[in-house]
Ligand binder design. Structure first.
Ligand code: GLN
Length: 486
């Protein structure tokens, strides 16, 4: 096996036995990048030299007997998580040359665990999108079919993992941005419970929805990364003071006694592809055979999810993105006569069309006279959606559903039609609205050979239950083992 194809867990075992060094591993992954990233476009910035220096330090630590599960493991980071002295662009012109003076908490934790940070991955600008086509920097291609999108907004991270250009990656999920690209790229994506992982140093999109989480080649690696990044942080007032369990320790428990719920309303979603629905049904059967009981549940407010999200997320974005004014950060347009013109020109030139659309929608929804009709109403709907989940979880432990209605679509297919793109987020948005954990694992392939993901959602702070279901499914299927033909 080539070193770049290793999972985190296997690489850790080899590093521990001193069969390989982190320098060999990191060099192999950088070599893989050199041969294929021109075709994929997963990375915005590669930190080649610092990565090799970190690998050398990791080897030294391992030599002295200091090894954690992430020591010497090469990882990729979505380009909206602040990395000290390493450019963090959010794939936006407005932050094109922004070099953070500090590390996000998750980065600090990864560094402390001895991980090697390879670089920063492409994304939709400020994480707004479902295809990574809204990046103002470059396109990312799906490693399974280069004419298709990798999903988004963490498309670069997902493509890098699927194409073995890192062993694992971090992404962020405000409305599906970890789970949907994981589904489209045939890998594992986990959006933790809101408050489980610190958001300090994550560039804010919609603060009440954003969470950082891992994208990995399998479930074990997802649990390993979650062990490393979870936990209370005094720098994030919404992070929850709660002990973090060892997620690995639950994986091998069986599924006997677990009840899985299938949301009735999800079958009626417009545009649900027959391949996706067949793959998910098959996955449910497999999980039932493994000992779980399956029941139908109702999430009656499903039809309002997209509308509520596309008011709440842009509203929070319009407020969060007010800080990019040409004064405090990044790009400033030079040709202006007064400060108002400077703001206007900076923001018109610095933000791409989708970000501007969201700011305008959000500002409108929050403005006096419209607040009650839009933001206020959407917040009420949010409560109803949360109630739906609360009721469902009174009678089941996890919910199973598709992640996206279709497999990866073609590049350019939806760029002129933002509304259809928004509607394709239907299955992913609720987990963010309700703040519950959601996961995507490979569960099949379309007729064209494109990966399909199964979504597992659970109660707040029930990540171990999600991991258990995912791991049992993975151990009894081969979907995650299939590789792209790159
Ligand atoms: N597709 C969603 C949006 O465009 C999700 C974004 C995200 O999770 N960052 O808002």
């Amino acid at each position: 096996m080539n070193l770049h194809e290793l999972t985190i867990e296997k690489a850790h075992r080899l590093l521990k036995q001193k069969d390989i060094s982190s320098q060999e591993l990191t060099r192999a992954v950088l070599g893989r990048m050199d041969t294929i990233d021109e075709k994929i476009g997963a990375y915005i910035t590669v930190a080649r030299e610092t990565a090799m220096t970190k690998a050398e330090l990791a080897d030294k630590a391992i030599g002295e007997g200091n090894i954690s599960p992430l020591t010497g493991i090469p990882l990729a980071i979505k380009d909206l998580i602040c990395t000290k002295n390493l450019r963090t662009t959010c794939a936006s012109k407005i932050l094109e040359n922004f070099i953070p003076p500090y590390d996000a908490t998750v980065i600090r934790k990864l560094k402390r665990a001895g991980a090697v940070i390879l670089g920063k991955t492409n994304m939709d600008e400020f994480a707004m999108g479902s295809s990574t086509e809204n990046s103002s920097i470059k396109l990312t291609h799906n490693p399974w079919d280069l004419t298709r999108i990798p999903g988004g907004s963490s498309g670069g991270s997902a493509a890098a993992v699927a194409a073995d250009m890192c062993l694992g990656a971090l992404g962020s999920d405000t409305g599906g941005s970890i789970r949907q690209p994981a589904s489209h790229c045939g890998i594992v994506g986990m959006k933790p419970t809101y408050g489980m992982v610190s958001r300090f140093g994550l560039v804010a999109f919609a603060s009440s929805l954003d969470q950082i989480g891992p994208l990995t080649k399998d479930v074990t690696d997802s649990a390993l990364l979650m062990n490393a990044i979870s936990g209370y942080d005094s720098k994030d007032s919404t992070s929850v003071q709660k002990d973090v369990p060892d997620f690995i320790s639950f994986l091998e428990d069986g599924l006997k006694g677990i009840t899985i719920g299938i949301p009735r309303e999800y079958n009626a979603v417009d545009g649900l592809d027959s391949d996706v629905s067949a793959a998910v049904k098959n996955a449910v059967k497999i999980i039932e055979k493994l000992g779980a009981r399956c029941i139908e549940v109702s999430l009656p407010h499903t039809e309002f999810v997209v509308a509520a999200y596309y008011v709440i997320a842009p509203s929070e974005a319009s407020s969060n993105l007010a800080r990019y004014d040409g004064v405090k950060y990044g790009f400033r347009d030079k040709y202006n006569k007064n400060i108002i013109q400077m703001y206007k020109k900076t923001r018109s030139k610095g933000f791409g069309p989708e970000v501007q659309r969201r700011i305008i929608i959000g500002t409108y929804s929050l403005s006096a006279g419209y607040y009650d009709a839009y933001y206020g109403k959407a917040s009420q709907v949010r409560t109803l959606i949360m109630e739906d989940f609360k009721k469902a979880f009174e009678i089941c432990d996890v919910l199973l559903s598709p992640v996206a209605p279709t497999s990866a679509f073609r590049i350019g297919e939806m760029t002129d039609d933002p509304l259809t793109m928004y509607l394709s987020d239907i299955f992913a948005l609720s987990a963010n609205i309700a703040g519950i954990p959601g996961m995507s694992i490979p569960c099949g392939f379309s007729a064209e050979g494109l990966p399909i993901g199964l979504q597992i959602m659970g109660k707040h702070f029930s990540e171990e239950m999600l991991f258990k279901v995912a791991y049992n499914f993975e151990q009894n299927t081969d979907f995650h083992k299939k590789k792209t033909k790159l």
